[in-house]
Design a protein around this ligand. Structure first.
Ligand SMILES: Cc1ncc(C[n+]2csc(CCOP(=O)(O)OP(=O)(O)O)c2C)c(N)n1
Length: 365
């Protein structure tokens, strides 16, 4: 098979280069661009971008009012996330980071699960049957080993499936990042390792996390392809992910995809970016944000009517509000659940703590 984006000998080392289809206003850079995704896929992907955005908007309000716990918003990273899920086939697996909301929604994780999870109840991590998404894992870069392990398992079973995972640019400074890409490369496990290079790791800028100029360059060490793409460009990200997943699916081994993006919001709701970056810098980078670019393209191609944009936003926001109200009925869980799943039999110390907690909270809740 001929690959357009993947070339093992040409890992993208140049920080000025990345694959891109739409310019800053959403016009096609190359008029001859041939759309790979179908119109239906693009519309569905876009609607999930809006849903994720509205979820972040509403959850931020709730958090400020003390009705939601600390969470990691996805502002500005919706396109690369949906471009990933748009390419999933039955049996593929996704291993999320803590900033993977849009991908998870699009892969069928109910919104209510996420509302419950971020409000402190681990039951939100129980995925419905048939949804191949692992629970959110907070320790950085562990996602890469988990995805590599899943891919290994699928290869042993002779399945034609891939595991896809994502971590932040800061995560690529962890030893686990290198261990996972190296081991998967040696054994040619079908895994697509992706990175949301949003330029920040909380308050640390990327140049203080990475000695290499691009994240894709880190693929050199593992002997795998490393591709850079504009993560705010839905079409370019979709096309690259399509090829990357095909590449892994066809038995060529792993690949590293670096999505270039910009974290529009705070790291989490307990972070204040104004302390370490300026408003001017934010405005400059937000000119490349994902929504206006794909909206312009879709309107030009008659995939979306301009007057429907506000309608879709309103509809998604109402859905988020309704789901939040319903999630409140599912928030409480018995004390036992906090203790019961780590060991088959509780240790004496934990048994004592459980009794104490039950006494303290006066019953089962
Ligand atoms: C192993 C580990 N070390 C430290 C942390 C604390 N921590 C949480 S998020 C974060 C920064 C992550 O930055 P990056 O990997 O760039 O991802 P982003 O949050 O930008 O998506 C840190 C240091 C953690 N969760 N896990």
């Amino acid at each position: 098979m001929e690959y357009k984006f993947i070339n093992k000998d040409k890992i993208q080392l140049d920080p000025d280069k990345m694959f891109r289809t739409l310019d800053i206003d959403g016009n096609l850079i190359n008029a001859k661009y041939k759309q790979v995704a179908t119109n239906e896929e693009i519309l569905d992907g876009y609607e999930h971008m809006v849903l994720s955005r509205q979820q972040d908007v509403y959850m931020t309000q709730l958090q400020r009012q003390g009705r939601m716990l600390t969470f990691a918003p996805n502002f500005g990273e919706e396109a690369l996330q949906v471009a990933t899920s748009m390419n999933f086939k039955d049996g593929d697996w996704f291993v999320p980071a803590f900033r993977s909301n849009a991908t998870m929604l699009h892969l069928g994780v109910p919104l209510r699960n996420q509302l419950i999870y971020w409000n402190g109840n681990e039951n939100g991590s129980k995925m419905p049957e048939g949804v191949n998404v692992m629970p959110i894992n907070i320790p950085i870069a562990t996602q890469y080993s988990h995805a590599a392990g899943i891919a290994y398992g699928m290869k042993l079973q002779g399945k034609k499936n891939v595991a896809v995972t994502i971590i932040g640019n800061g995560g690529t400074a962890e030893g686990e990042f290198y261990e996972a890409i190296n081991t998967a490369s040696i054994h040619k496990w079908p895994v697509v390792f992706t990175v949301n290079n949003n330029q920040w790791s909380i308050s640390t800028p990327n140049h203080l996390e990475s000695g290499s100029e691009t994240i894709a360059a880190k693929a050199v060490a593992a002997g795998i392809p490393g591709v850079r793409v504009d993560g705010n460009d839905l079409l370019a990200s979709y096309d690259v992910m399509r090829e990357a997943m095909d590449y892994a699916r066809e038995g060529n081994g792993p690949i590293l995809v670096e999505f270039i993006t910009w974290r529009e919001g705070p790291h989490t709701t307990s972070d204040n970016p104004r302390i370490y970056r300026t408003e001017e810098e934010e405005k400059e980078n937000e000119k490349w944000e994902p929504f206006h670019r794909i909206e312009k393209y879709m309107v030009d191609k008659k995939i979306l009517k301009k007057e429907d944009i506000e309608k879709i936003k309103e509809e998604k926001l109402n859905f988020v509000k309704e789901e939040y109200t319903k999630s409140l009925d599912e928030l409480d869980s018995p004390i036992d659940e906090i203790f019961d799943y780590t060991y088959e039999k509780l240790t004496p110390e934990l048994a004592e703590q459980k009794e104490e907690a039950k006494k303290y909270f006066g019953g089962n809740k």
